[in-house]
Design a protein around this ligand. Sequence first.
Ligand code: URA
Length: 434
Amino acid sequence: MQMNDLIVKKRDGGELTTEEIGWMIRGFVDGSVPDYQMSAMAMAIYFRGMNRRETLDLTLAMLHSGETIDLSGVSGVKADKHSTGGVGDKTSLVLVPMMAACGVKMAKMSGRGLGHTGGTIDKLESFSGFSTALTLEQFYENVEHVGMVIAGQTANLVPADKKLYALRDVTGTVPSIPLIASSIMSKKLAAGADVIVLDVKCGGGSFMKTEADARALADELVAIGKGAGKQTVAVITDMDEPLGLAVGNALEVREAIDALSGARPGELMELCDTLGACILTAAGVAESDEAARAMLERVVADGSARDMLAKFVAAQGGDPAPVYDPSLLPTAPVQIEVPAEQEGYVNHIDAGGVGMVSMHLGGGRATKESEIDLRVGVVLHKKVGDSIKVGESIAQIHAADEASAAKAAEALKACYTIAAEKPERAPFIKGIVR
Ligand code: URA
């Protein structure tokens, strides 16, 4: 087989066979297919796309490029959750303990934040001593005995994706649905869960800017999961404004703890309930959506989901005390309010822009090597549809010093669009693909 022939075939709109895709990925990982040819192939796929069979074959070829997690020795149903990434997305911190408290074992591998989006691992490091660098034995042990684990991705999990993503990142080939879907699902399948629930974000703060693209990605992800024999559900959700109120690592942990303590703040809890009900019904733990939602309400009301978070933090070496006293979380020395300059209603909040404000305060990474400040970020007081008066605070900035706080306050004001009329709110949950 010649890589050049495969590139030409795809460039001209042809369909790659299972054997060709397998050969190409093996060659790319062992170095016999060079980066320049793989880049050309990624661009050909970007323009020509792939059909469902090709996308599944690509996913499976990537999945088998490295080690996989085998959860068959762990008792019960094992589930995993993935979000395509947004701003203020602390869902895993709330949902994963809720699921574990309902008796579904949660085995999750998460990443660090980059650019305007945050990462679950960074957020969890707000608990002093917490570690996500687990051996495989500890990973299995914690899923079995704690009921949940959130770890960093092991070095040899889907090496084909690591290499291909790095190439896509510098060749303008990230936004391709078959490439995104195979990248996400190869990692999810390698992590070994029986049930996979995907939160596909759409809007300004996410990868998929339009609902149509988000739906197309959700369809593709679910088709791959089913093709690989897994129970897979995707929920399409709005990311036109940040999720919840807090953006920034320790600030988001605090909001998650508040949610697990029964504060039930709006969309964050709506999302956790929806994703949770999908997992509980797919796992066969609840017979209906209503029964699932009742279970979710119960584990928050009786404190068992919050206790699960504390147990999980302690099992991974962290100090669980902030779970019961969030004032113990890292706190920024400077906190200032951002006063509104105009009266009216919040018409839009640029989620990506708010993510960038948090990043510039030090809460996110400009490059993979950047150090982050867990204490800093933004807490929004006003969300889309809320009325505001001149001088009223729209948000609070948490900063390391006065100068960065003042700069962030100006940048945050620019993220808000104010209108005279109250806007119509689009539904937050835009659809469920099963
Ligand atoms: N997330 C991934 O894991 N891969 C992509 O290609 C895009 C988002």
